[in-house]
Design a protein around this ligand. Structure first.
Ligand code: HEM
Length: 245
């Protein structure tokens, strides 16, 4: 850094992006916390009613998480230039060169500043988004197939019902008005979804640790106010960022 340069503020994260980020953090923390208790329910001696209650709470938090995620996906089409797909997704002309240059600059100390996501961050954010979308889709299927919650719960009840006119009688963990064969078919159908939900959860834990670690290391090295930028919307740089207008 040239000591004669002064730090200048650059606006980056718009209000929607910041709200999305913190709602996302809070709901994911809630989903991980309750998800872990569901995962170890047997070891923790949780009763059947307790499990249904935990899953209901997990699904309600999941709805907030899904709506927030859908809103962010829409925002990637209409938000400011740093919120858009072009600023998020890796690839495109010059991406690999930009990635090489960014890594070389990071190592040598001749840092290339980015107002939005740097090329490494694009890879990380895309991985996180893929995992979150996977969790959202598989979670909604599980909500329907496990405790008959929307948006698929009613369809699942119709599928497993002995008498399709009395689906109201079908309750989680109860065999009332449930056809054994069709229930077994439904459980076989849901099996890959729970497997993907679980492995994607493990990957997400690793990705979150990497994401937080990368932010701390980058902030220590670049000093551009990465963390406070998710509150204020602004980063500070000694030189004009590579992706600034
Ligand atoms: C970041 C997002 C999420 C994480 C980290 C997460 C994590 C977990 C974990 C660790 C489990 C326990 C898995 C097991 O028992 O094998 C679980 C189960 C479950 N999740 Fe999620 N989840 C997420 C999103 C969602 C969403 C959006 C929904 C639905 C709206 C959902 C619905 C469910 C249901 C119904 C179960 C119980 C499945 C069963 O035990 O059969 N999850 N989740």
């Amino acid at each position: 850094m040239n000591p004669t340069d002064t730090l200048k503020e650059y606006p980056v994260w718009d209000r929607t992006t910041r709200w999305f980020h913190w709602i996302n953090v809070l709901t994911i923390m809630g989903l991980i916390g309750v998800g872990l208790v569901i995962l170890y329910a047997k070891e923790l001696g949780v009763s059947t009613d307790g499990k249904i209650w935990l899953k209901t709470i997990h699904v309600y938090i999941g709805y907030v998480f899904c709506l927030n995620l859908v809103w962010r996906i829409i925002w990637a089409f209409v938000g400011n230039q740093y919120a858009r797909w072009k600023a998020i997704l890796p690839g495109g002309k010059g991406f690999l060169t930009a990635l090489r240059e960014y890594k070389a600059g990071f190592r040598s100390g001749n840092i290339q500043y980015y107002q939005g996501h740097n090329p490494m961050a694009k890879l990380m954010i895309t991985l996180l988004l893929v995992l979150l979308i996977t969790q959202a889709i598989t979670g909604l299927v599980l909500a329907g197939t496990d405790i008959y919650f929307p948006p698929f719960g009613q369809t699942i009840k119709q599928w497993v019902a002995e008498d399709a006119k009395q689906t109201d009688l079908i309750k989680p963990y109860s065999k009332e008005n449930v056809n054994e064969d069709r229930y077994a078919q439904m459980r076989a159908f849901r099996k890959p979804f729970i497997t993907i939900h679980l492995y994607s959860f493990y990957l997400l834990l690793i990705a979150i640790i990497l994401h937080v670690g990368a932010i701390v290391v980058t902030e220590v090295r670049e000093r551009s106010g990465l963390i406070s930028a998710m509150f204020t919307g602004r980063k500070v740089f000694p030189n004009k960022p590579v992706d600034a207008d």
